[in-house]
Ligand binder design. Structure first.
Ligand SMILES: Cc1cc2nc3c(=O)[nH]c(=O)nc-3n(C[C@H](O)[C@H](O)[C@H](O)COP(=O)(O)O)c2cc1C
Length: 232
């Protein structure tokens, strides 16, 4: 693997007694692209998946997953999706549609939708709709022309706020303008999300993780620490 790295105690670049040094470390600028990708996607996990639906200017409905994605703020309510360009420099269909129409929908993926989402990562030709290929149902959105994926538990209608172009990819910053949630997921009185909502996360390659195995922390430890600080 290209790049400088240290392996094992006393390895290259490791200074004895350096409190920051780890058994393996990389100069990230010097690490080649395949290694960088491999390490980042497998170490920074699980990542949420944006199953992005768009409508092209030609009227073709497109759907594709993106896990270089997150919701970055609630005020303003924004999402960021990182869309790489293809090896010939052309935009992926999702990126082209978002930049041309200024609209997209981020659908969340649960276990029922997992296989269909994965199928939609195939590079189907632009004129072929993933909705038909994967057996997805397009439902009308409220504020944007792009369709919702009816099978998704959660869909967020978004308008393009800013495109941040890089050499090989576009970061698409979108503002959320409308939220749809399947019945039974949110308590309408408290707005609490129930444990019935179990989106999947991406690990790497064709590996995903479920989110049903949850850990509840003891609130008392937090309150106790705040008390020691005199904050409560
Ligand atoms: C779970 C998953 C996550 C993905 N994340 C990204 C991503 O963050 N950025 C990206 O450019 N491609 C990502 N891809 C690949 C795209 O989904 C793939 O290139 C797809 O063909 C794009 O479709 P489109 O041309 O219809 O937009 C991902 C694929 C999978 C299966």
């Amino acid at each position: 693997m290209p790049g400088r790295f240290a392996r094992g105690p006393g390895g290259v670049g490791r200074r004895r007694g350096d409190p920051v040094a780890r058994p393996m470390e990389w100069d990230f600028g010097a690490l080649g692209l395949p290694g960088r990708y491999k390490l980042l996607v497998a170490l920074v996990t699980p990542r949420p998946i944006a199953f992005v639906s768009t409508r092209g200017r030609d009227g073709v409905d497109n759907a594709a997953p993106f896990s270089f994605f997150n919701v970055l703020a609630d005020d303003p309510p924004i999402v960021i999706v990182s869309i790489e360009r293809r090896s010939d420099g052309r935009s992926k269909d999702s990126g082209r549609n978002i930049l041309e129409t200024g609209e997209f929908v981020v659908n969340m993926v649960d276990e029922d939708l997992l296989e269909r989402m994965h199928l939609c990562s195939v590079e189907f030709p632009s004129e072929v709709s993933e909705f038909a290929q994967a057996g997805l149902t397009a439902a009308p959105a409220r504020q944007v022309a792009a369709p919702l994926i009816a099978e998704a538990p959660v869909s967020m209608e978004c308008r393009l706020h800013t495109r941040v172009p890089f050499e090989k990819r576009d970061l698409v910053i979108g503002g959320i303008v409308w939220l749809h949630v399947r019945d039974g997921i949110v308590d309408p009185q408290t707005l609490r999300v129930t444990a019935d909502y179990a989106p999947v996360g991406r690990l790497y390659a064709n590996l995903y993780t479920r989110t049903r195995d949850r850990v509840a922390l003891d609130q008392n430890a937090y309150v106790e620490a705040m008390r020691r600080l005199g904050r409560v």
